[in-house]
Write a protein that binds this ligand. Structure first.
Ligand SMILES: *Cc1c(COP(=O)(O)O)cnc(C)c1O
Length: 303
């Protein structure tokens, strides 16, 4: 499904600290990503940086709820409405996330979920687009079915984006277990938090008790006070057959298809760059063996 269908073809403001798909979606729509820096605490788009990046070619903001931590949706919505921009959320990490009882995917003009096997809820491959009103949903469903209106009427150049029955069956089988999966993730995150939040040079980013996210990941920043670099720790864990992820590294703006963009200049995006150089997401999944969990903690405490 392409952003082109919403008549977007100019510039779209987006964070460089995300999975490549976020910027690729903009490119496939024929639009140009404009990278704006992120907030040092949430690692989500910094609304002030978004405002500063707006030009007369800006048409939309594509923000990411990184690790399921909600963006500053109020500030982004205010900017979007002040400048007449569309506001779209890459909610790939944000399944099940609520704020004030309201699903986070209800924010903005559209939210896009991923159901890839690495996400909190999965159908092996797949995803969903959450639209704010029935009209948009009907339009999206039509675009996902070749633009077909009825037996004899085709309105636009749609695609086939239908989920297969098998993938959907996997999702339906998993849905009843999601509450248990969230609780199990929270237990792992709480154990990490208790064991690691006092380790010098390690900054834990998502406090498990402070709800509003779904314990999709347990991201830490490895700072100067730690005895080794982030890459050193990443390798040390690997030596113990423990696989943490540098998620996200490198920045999208440093990748060959984007680094020529003016907004990708190496001296810009300083917060995102610091984060990409320090970030490490520790192993976290619902049935993580407590013995393995303790091994991860032990290596980090005594590298
Ligand atoms: C996983 C992910 C995607 C891509 O999801 P797919 O289901 O593979 O298309 C996009 N954005 C972010 C932030 C992701 O983590």
């Amino acid at each position: 499904m392409s952003l082109r269908h919403f008549g977007i073809a100019g510039e779209i403001i987006t964070p460089p600290f995300s999975f490549v798909a976020t910027s690729h979606a903009i490119r496939w729509a024929g639009a140009t990503p404009v990278f704006a820096d992120i907030d040092p605490v949430t690692l989500n788009l910094d609304p002030a940086a978004v405002e500063a990046a707006i030009t007369d070619r800006t048409e939309a903001i594509l923000a990411v709820h990184c690790y399921g931590v909600p963006c500053n949706t109020a500030a982004l919505a205010a900017i979007a409405s002040r400048h007449g921009l569309k506001l779209i959320y890459d909610a790939a990490h944000a399944f099940g996330v609520r704020r004030g009882g309201r699903p986070i995917v209800a924010e903005g003009d559209l939210s896009v979920l991923s159901f890839h096997a690495t996400k909190v809820f999965n159908t092996f491959e797949g995803g969903a687009i959450i639209s704010p009103d029935r009209e948009t949903k009907v339009a999206l469903d039509r675009l996902g079915n070749y633009g077909i209106l009825d037996e004899v009427t085709v309105l636009e150049t749609g695609l086939n984006t239908k989920m297969s029955e098998l993938n959907a069956a996997v999702g339906l089988a998993l849905l009843p277990h999601m509450d248990a999966a969230f609780a199990a993730r929270d237990r792992v995150a709480t154990r990490y938090w208790e064991a690691l939040s006092q380790v010098e040079g390690v900054t834990c980013l998502c406090p498990p008790g402070q709800k509003g996210h779904n314990s999709y990941a347990f991201p830490v920043l490895v700072g100067e006070a730690y005895p080794m670099t982030r890459d050193g720790l990443y390798q040390r864990l690997r030596e113990h057959d423990l696989f943490a992820r540098r998620y996200f590294y490198p920045l999208i703006s440093d990748m060959p298809m984007y680094h020529h963009l003016p907004s990708a200049a190496p001296d810009a995006l300083t917060v995102a760059r610091r984060a990409a150089d320090r970030i490490l997401c520790l192993p976290l999944y619902p049935d993580l063996d407590p013995v393995d969990l303790d091994r991860v903690i032990e290596v980090i405490r005594r590298p």
